[in-house]
Design a protein around this ligand. Structure first.
Ligand SMILES: Cc1cc2nc3c(=O)[nH]c(=O)nc-3n(C[C@H](O)[C@H](O)[C@H](O)COP(=O)(O)OP(=O)(O)OC[C@H]3O[C@@H](n4cnc5c(N)ncnc54)[C@H](O)[C@@H]3O)c2cc1C
Ligand code: FES
Length: 288
């Protein structure tokens, strides 16, 4: 892995070549220790400048001798100087990453894919609905909107996990909750000692909070079961498919629309997505 200087000034970047980064901090996010966040810093200023991303995009994280995995970018571009990725320990590469320590080197290839349509969000109310560890790019989006607060209307966050110990980004959640320019609703599935937030599943809490669909968009990311039961709630509240935005997590290889591994119908999730409106997904013919 070479820095941009080593690749040569002005050279066209090879899309398969990762940027070298150093693990600056490892944060254990959940009480079961299965989810960790990795704060990564670029080795060169040129690489950091070249990596311009928007919330909702992802990157391929590469671990020498193990492989590459697509992971959503959890930091906001407004948080300069580092990238944040939050990784659930699932298999070979994620386990290797979980075993790495602060100071070690790895690679980041990207940014990849199409992020959330922040231009369309300008002046609109935005409802963020997240469940479990799919909150990663939602963290990026909320933080970005808060750092450009005047560009957006009301921001509502509904975020749930099975129990308090599985909620990500606890300090950030508290910081958001302490502000008066964002409406936060954190929930857990069942009562838990010391928990003073809401209790109930995300779809039920969405129904209770009842965000207004006028002049609004809703982003929904979470486990399939949460998405399945949240969609009818949003429809009942009056959100149209064009106002509902999702992010898909199909299996991937190249991440740049070449290998054909990630398709959903005629769309490549890596290049045309991972962010789609429900309207776009509904247009994909049923035989896919
Ligand atoms: C655009 C995108 C963004 C993602 N963002 C995140 C993120 O922010 N944090 C995070 O923890 N994970 C994220 N994922 C999922 C992550 O890429 C996979 O969990 C990872 O590739 C598993 O790699 P592994 O080598 O550890 O597991 P493997 O050894 O390859 O597989 C372990 C297990 O995980 C399953 N698995 C592997 N990949 C996927 C997948 N894409 N979807 C569902 N199941 C899978 C396998 O079937 C197997 O059961 C994202 C995926 C995509 C496509
Ligand atoms: S992962 Fe290769 S085309 Fe999408």
């Amino acid at each position: 892995m070479r820095t941009s200087q080593q690749r040569g000034e002005g050279a066209v970047k090879n899309p398969y070549l990762p940027y070298p980064v150093r693990i600056d901090q490892v944060i254990v996010e959940t009480d079961d220790r299965n989810i960790k966040s990795f704060r990564l810093v670029f080795l060169s200023r040129e690489d950091e400048e070249a990596f311009q991303y928007t919330p909702g995009q992802f990157a391929e994280l590469s671990i020498a001798g193990k492989g590459e995995i697509p992971i959503g970018i959890a930091s906001s571009p407004t948080e300069r100087g580092h990238l944040l990725f939050t990784v659930n320990k699932a298999g070979v590469v994620t386990t290797a990453l979980h075993n790495m320590n602060e100071g070690e080197l790895m690679g980041v290839r990207g940014p990849l894919g199409r992020g959330f349509p922040l231009d369309a969000f300008q002046g609109k109310n935005v409802v963020i609905i997240g469940g479990g560890f799919a909150f990663t790019t939602l963290r990026s989006t909320v933080q970005y909107m808060l750092d450009h607060r005047d560009r957006f209307g009301e921001i509502t966050v509904i975020y749930g996990a099975r129990r308090p110990g599985l909620l990500l980004y606890k300090e950030t959640l508290e910081e958001w909750a302490s502000r008066d320019d964002i409406d936060t609703h954190y929930t857990v599935d069942v009562e838990a000692e010391g928990w003073s937030g809401r209790v109930g599943f995300v779809p039920a809490v969405t129904e209770e909070v009842a965000p207004n669909p006028n002049n609004a968009y809703a982003i929904v990311c979470g486990p399939p079961i949460m998405i399945k039961f949240t969609m009818p709630v949003l429809t009942k509240l009056g959100f149209t498919p064009g106002q509902i935005i999702m992010s898909l997590e199909n299996r991937m290889k190249c991440g740049i629309g070449i290998c054909g591994k990630c398709n959903t119908g005629p769309k490549y999730v890596c290049k045309d997505g991972p962010v789609f409106t429900l309207e776009e997904l509904n247009r994909i013919p049923a035989e896919y």
